[in-house]
Design a protein around this ligand. Structure first.
Ligand code: SF4
Length: 267
């Protein structure tokens, strides 16, 4: 299993299937992963594999590094479509996340006006008012719900801090649809950490797919990003969903007027 960590605070720009030319901000350690989830498909690997480095950058360090890189890209005339918070774990667990969002918006306005500010988040911290408010300020709050089944959320995402699917859905409603829902589709098996039972995962199962569509109907996100596995995963035996399977799931929502992309391509 070859998983991949961001090895600096600012990365890129690199090409992202979903966001185009993306300048990454990693608010997590440069040589470790910290996340409120421990997804079985996480490209950064398991949380337990990265205990050595727990250092988070300060807001000042982010400001300095981002300003320097943005200035340089501006000078070179490099196009940046998105300044993206992603990195080695969950960006919203950073204690200065809200302040850093404000800094990033200012730097963007000064040097990279064409870029959208995007946050890839598992939505586990949106119960915190200041995190939710900060996410509401960015152009693209891209918020994850992988399943509407609580045992499957436990088996797939393995939350390790306070997390309630019900509460997260209630908080997502406060965005009034002004967010992007991201969901991964795949198949496999995993243990539910609570019951210790093995559960079958199949996000393309018609019953689960309809429950997921109903969630979309309830939340009315302005965009839905569906995608599947792209790189190696820490858990073995996971199988990608095919484009065809995902398209079939998406069609009823598309017909109802939802804007949907699958692996970055518009449906
Ligand atoms: S939420 Fe993202 S960073 Fe965290 S474990 Fe899951 S995939 Fe990895």
């Amino acid at each position: 299993m070859a998983t991949k960590l961001f090895e600096s605070l600012i990365v890129g720009p690199i090409h992202s299937r979903r966001l185009g030319s993306s300048l990454g901000i990693n608010l997590l350690p440069e040589h470790g992963k910290i996340c409120s989830f421990d997804c079985i498909y996480c490209e950064c690997g398991w949380n337990r594999d990265h205990r050595d480095d727990k250092t988070l950058p300060t807001a000042k360090q982010v400001e300095d590094a981002l300003t320097e890189r943005a200035k340089q890209l501006h000078k070179e005339g490099v196009r940046v479509d998105s300044i993206t918070f992603s990195g080695n774990g969950e960006p919203t667990i950073h204690p200065e996340f809200a302040k850093i969002v404000d800094i990033t918006l200012k730097v963007r306005d000064k040097y990279l006006k064409e870029a959208k500010v995007s946050v890839l988040s598992n939505a586990s911290m949106i119960w915190k008012e200041e995190v939710r408010q900060a996410l509401m300020k960015v152009d693209n709050p891209i918020l994850k719900i992988d399943s509407t089944s609580i045992p499957l959320v436990r088996a797939i995402n393995r939350p390790n801090q306070r997390y309630s699917l019900k509460e997260t859905i209630a908080e997502l409603k406060k965005f009034n649809g002004n967010f992007i829902l991201q969901t991964i589709f795949f198949k496999g098996k995993a243990q539910d950490p609570k019951t210790k039972r093995n559960v079958r995962i199949d996000s393309t199962d018609p019953r689960l797919a309809e429950r997921w569509r109903n969630l979309a109907r309830e939340l009315k996100p302005r965009q839905i990003m569906m995608y599947t596995l792209d790189r190696d995963t820490p858990a073995a035996g996971l199988i990608k969903a095919t484009m065809e399977e995902m398209r079939e799931i998406a069609i009823p929502l598309k017909e109802e007027g939802f804007y949907i992309t699958i692996n970055g391509e518009k449906v």
